[in-house]
Design a protein around this ligand. Structure first.
Ligand SMILES: *[C@@H]1O[C@H](CO)[C@@H](O)[C@H](O)[C@H]1NC(C)=O
Ligand SMILES: *[C@@H]1O[C@H](CO)[C@@H](O)[C@H](O)[C@H]1NC(C)=O
Ligand SMILES: *[C@@H]1O[C@H](CO)[C@@H](O)[C@H](O)[C@H]1NC(C)=O
Ligand SMILES: *[C@@H]1O[C@H](CO)[C@@H](O)[C@H](O)[C@H]1NC(C)=O
Ligand SMILES: [Cu+2]
Length: 299
């Protein structure tokens, strides 16, 4: 598909189907433990063991800039909270496994956290009220334009990492329930009106203190005015959204707010060494309680 797309782009045609191969997060791995994501394309889910938010994006499609102020930009089309949370120690690196990614769909890879501020977690959270803080912007998203644009982007690193991304949870993040909003912005059509494509994916996490690690001196508390509602993250006129990646850019302005002070994303160079193994028995957090992992269905 990428080569056909490249040919069609080169020919300047507008006869492309609107829904080419897209993707979702199939699963995540935290310290060797695997948690199922939500597959909108028809897999049967045991909602008790799925930490990925459900969506109705059955075509694995995207949210366009014209919908940046719609609730669909929060956690994808009709996004609804997962019941379960993956427990994650402060400072852990989370491996997010996308179900493939088309090479032509160059762009940045972004990650945000929003606290749920509830003893029962995120399963009933009001998504419009979530305040998002950026913890990763894939800096630099545009890696190399040689020998010719569009060149090498964060998505090319993601593809080279078996379609995965490593997100570091800040070591000093206040324990509790959070939604992780992970997103790719594909820019292959961003030179057209309303052409950028946002692929947001949400998963529930329950952050706890890491055993055997000194308590961080300064706790990172998110939300309460520090974060941004997802419907206010981007504008269709943003320099990093309305952009022609087929001309030489030199630099690229990553959309959205900057990464919160004191948090260092996993560098691009370390993304590629991310080949995880998953062989442990995970537990989940449901309504604030740690529970055994139910039999997953249709993994
Ligand atoms: C999900 O959990 C609820 C509450 O514990 C239980 O009643 C229900 O049977 C579970 N469903 C599945 C499919 O495991
Ligand atoms: C944008 O949002 C509107 C209103 O919710 C919806 O009807 C439309 O399908 C959305 N467009 C896309 C491409 O998702
Ligand atoms: C959800 O949050 C939004 C934004 O804060 C608010 O306007 C709305 O009333 C809330 N909805 C419910 C059902 O509480
Ligand atoms: C690459 O990802 C696929 C799922 O898309 C997975 O089945 C496979 O085990 C992964 N390979 C490695 C080396 O992690
Ligand atoms: Cu596509």
């Amino acid at each position: 598909m990428p080569s056909i797309l490249a040919l069609l782009l080169a020919a300047g045609t507008s006869l492309l189907p609107s829904a080419l191969a897209h993707s979702h997060i199939n699963y995540l791995i935290i310290n060797g433990l695997l948690y199922p994501g939500y597959d909108p394309t028809g897999r049967t889910h045991n909602r008790n063991s799925t930490v990925g938010w459900s969506t109705t994006a059955a075509d694995d499609g995207f949210v366009p800039p014209s919908n940046y102020s719609s609730p669909d930009i929060i956690c994808h089309v009709n996004g609804a909270p997962a019941l379960a949370h993956a427990p994650v120690p402060q400072g852990a690196k989370i491996h997010l496994q996308w179900n493939g990614w088309p090479q032509s769909h160059h762009g940045p890879v972004l990650s945000y956290l929003a606290p749920c501020n509830s003893a029962t977690g995120c399963s009933k959270v009001n998504k419009t009220a979530l305040e998002w803080t950026k913890i990763d912007n894939s800096f630099p998203a545009l890696v190399d334009e040689t020998p010719s644009p569009p060149g090498d982007w964060a998505t090319d690193t993601l593809i080279a990492s078996n379609n995965s991304w490593l997100v570091g949870i800040p070591a000093n993040l206040a324990p509790g329930p959070y939604v992780l909003r992970h997103e790719i912005i594909a820019l292959h059509y961003a030179n057209r009106k309303d052409g950028a494509q946002n692929y947001p994916q949400c998963v529930n996490l329950w952050v706890h203190s890491a055993q055997g690690v000194a308590t961080p001196t300064k706790t990172l508390s998110l939300g309460a005015g520090l974060g941004t509602p997802a419907t206010k993250l981007y504008k269709s006129t943003d320099a990093g959204v309305a952009v022609d990646i087929y001309t030489k850019l030199g630099t690229y302005v990553i959309p959205g707010p900057t990464v919160v002070a004191g948090v260092t994303p996993v560098p691009l160079a370390q993304q590629r060494s991310s080949v995880p193994t998953a062989d442990g028995t995970p537990v989940l957090v449901m309504a604030g309680k740690t529970v055994p992992f139910p039999e997953p269905t249709g993994r």
